[in-house]
Design a binder for this molecule. Structure first.
Ligand code: ADP
Ligand code: MG
Length: 564
């Protein structure tokens, strides 16, 4: 790096102020970022006592000469920017010259550094920020920073730390995030003397597989989209990988790890209907754009960023993710239980009476491969609830209700976008007497109901006449459908309030009219359902985000029978 200067006060004052060193993981982040800024290709992190006893980060980067080393621990001393204008174009991770002095102030710090070609390294020791000792040392080119007794002089800050295991987990997460963004750099993490992470230098995908784990990586899909000067790339977890927390969501802007509600929101928006409420997708998404379009100087630990045009970035990211997810088959694979086959387990008697609830198809129906759905040969209906089909590599189990919901929902949606009007007129209008509250609902949501295909006519105070119901559906009781929809409108479900009334009505209509679990279907109906499903845009989940089908690979079946 070289050439450290102390920033002029006017520049220093423009830097987002605040606490840099919040916990051990923030020390690890700052030190690794310094190593990356110094061009290191190898970074070794060593931690003991959850980072309170020891954090050591060693690199093979540019190192510092004696003068720079002494300056590096002073406040606002940096080699990365010189003037206020440079803040607009920052390409390095650091830029404010605050990390080393902030860490030094709350610990016993030791930095050993030597630039390439130096005969010996210089080692600086500080206690609570005050220089204590300087000595020479034999060390290879690069820098090693050792932080001991973190927060020894700030007991209040220590008190805010979580449990040691939680703090260490945050250190691991920090290393993982930085490692994901820098696949060409080799990383090692050593905890209490044992190696817990080893990432050799590699390409993006190698690193992604190493950090996510190969099994998880295999269930991610590639993302790559260029929108103007915006490059959106990474890996998207298939819906089946979704978790109950957002912990496995990784966002990067210009290879900087960031927390951005906007970006997370844009990505999750694209997963809409692919996941049930309360489940979060896992992903690693990289946004790259010109540094002057993003302000990194808005947060003391540089974890938040601000875009010049949030709206544009949101739209582009959301569309890119959606397109990537809609381009690949997302059939879930059954989680194979670890079946231990023992003689006893083989003795479970088959409930024979259940065999009668299998309805086979007389003429084996082949549903040819369309869009993202593989070709399937329909075999029959299990327990009046699931369809069973054979596919190329195994078998597919289809939830008839979820599948039908998807079909009807998209059918209704298409009609809506084509501009309503598509109704089935009832031969005899149905008179419905409404609850006192419901009459107002019919009036308030008259337009949405009409858009859906209802023709309703007021008939006295609390009575309406249903003249027509939405077309293309099997409406056995227009009255019950209307009452269900009114109940949906009356229910102030907060989770759903973000959806428009029309959307809620569409979903409720599809749900109401879809075949249910337990409805016997004949071969003709089963085939029709599968063909209709094959033609939907999103055949793999219903609008609640539940899967419509699960595939069981033949290789899994082979394994159950110990053939492999
Ligand atoms: P900043 O990174 O914002 O410049 P720091 O306090 O983190 O501030 O570091 C101060 C300076 O010390 C850096 O600008 C850099 O020149 C030098 N430095 C810190 N760590 C290293 C390192 N690992 N290798 C080489 N130089 C370093
Ligand atoms: Mg720094």
């Amino acid at each position: 790096m070289g050439q450290i200067r102390v920033l002029e006060q006017a520049v220093a004052e423009r830097i987002a102020a605040g606490e840099v060193v919040e916990r051990p993981a923030s020390v690890v982040k700052e030190l690794i970022e310094n190593s990356l800024d110094a061009g290191a290709t190898q970074v070794v992190v060593e931690v003991a006592g959850a980072g309170i006893d020891l954090i050591r980060v060693g690199d093979n980067g540019s190192g510092m000469d004696a003068d720079d080393l002494r300056l590096s621990v002073r406040r606002f001393a940096t080699s990365k920017i010189a003037a206020a204008d440079d803040l607009q174009q920052v390409r390095t991770f650091g830029f404010r010259g605050e990390a080393l002095p902030s860490i030094a102030a709350v610990s016993h710090l030791e930095i050993t550094s030597a630039p390439a070609g130096a005969v010996e390294a210089l080692r600086l020791r500080l206690t609570g920020g005050t220089a204590a000792r300087e000595e020479t040392a034999g060390a290879p080119a690069g820098t090693t920073v050792t932080v001991r007794r973190l927060f020894y002089n700030t007991p209040a800050r220590r008190k805010f730390l979580k449990s040691p295991s939680r703090e260490f987990a945050l250190v691991v997460d920090t290393v993982n995030r930085l490692a994901l963004a820098h696949p060409a750099v080799a990383f090692r993490l050593i905890h209490q003397g044992g190696e817990v992470v080893r990432y050799p230098a590699g390409r993006d995908d190698d690193r992604m597989a190493a950090v996510l784990g190969p099994d998880t990586y295999e269930r991610t899909e590639a993302l790559h989209e260029v929108v103007g000067d915006l490059v959106i790339s990474g890996r998207l977890g298939r819906p089946e990988l979704a978790r109950a927390t957002r912990r496995h969501q990784y966002c990067f802007v210009n290879r900087r790890t960031v927390q951005s509600r906007m970006l997370t929101g844009a990505i999750e928006h694209a997963y809409h209907q692919l996941l049930p409420v309360g489940r979060f997708p896992i992903f690693a998404v990289f946004i790259d754009l010109s540094p002057d379009r993003v302000d990194v100087n808005v947060h003391p630990r540089k974890v938040e960023v601000r875009f010049d045009d949030d709206h544009q970035v949101f739209g582009a990211v959301s569309r890119a993710v959606r397109a990537a997810l809609r381009a690949v088959p997302l059939i879930r694979t059954a989680d194979t239980p670890q079946i231990a086959v023992t003689p006893e387990a083989g003795l479970v008697p088959l409930p024979l009476s259940d065999a009668t609830t299998f309805t086979g198809v007389a003429e084996p129906t082949v549903v040819s491969s369309t869009g993202r759905l593989p070709a399937m040969r329909l075999l029959g209906q299990l327990h009046g609830t699931y369809l069973l089909a054979q596919s190329d590599g195994g078998m597919v189990v289809i939830d008839q209700h979820a599948a039908h919901e998807r079909v009807l929902y998209e059918r209704l949606l298409r009609k809506r976008t084509r501009g309503a009007g598509d109704s089935q007129v009832l031969i005899a209008p149905v008179t419905v007497t409404l609850e006192p509250g419901d009459a107002g609902l019919v009036e308030a949501h008259g337009q949405a109901l009409a858009d859906l295909g209802f023709h309703l006519e007021p008939f006295g105070d609390r009575t309406v006449l249903i003249r027509a119901v939405p077309g293309g559906l099997d409406v056995s009781s227009p009255e019950r459908l209307l009452r269900d929809l009114l109940a949906e409108l009356a229910g102030g479900d907060r989770l759903r309030s973000a959806q428009s009334h029309l959307e809620r009505l569409t979903i409720a209509t599809a749900c109401h009219t879809a075949v249910r679990a337990g409805d016997r279907l004949n071969g003709e109906q089963m085939a029709m359902l599968l063909r209709d499903l094959a033609e939907t845009d999103d055949p793999f989940t219903c609008f609640h985000g539940r899967p419509t089908m699960i595939t069981i690979p033949l290789t899994d079946v082979d394994r159950w029978f110990l053939r492999k």
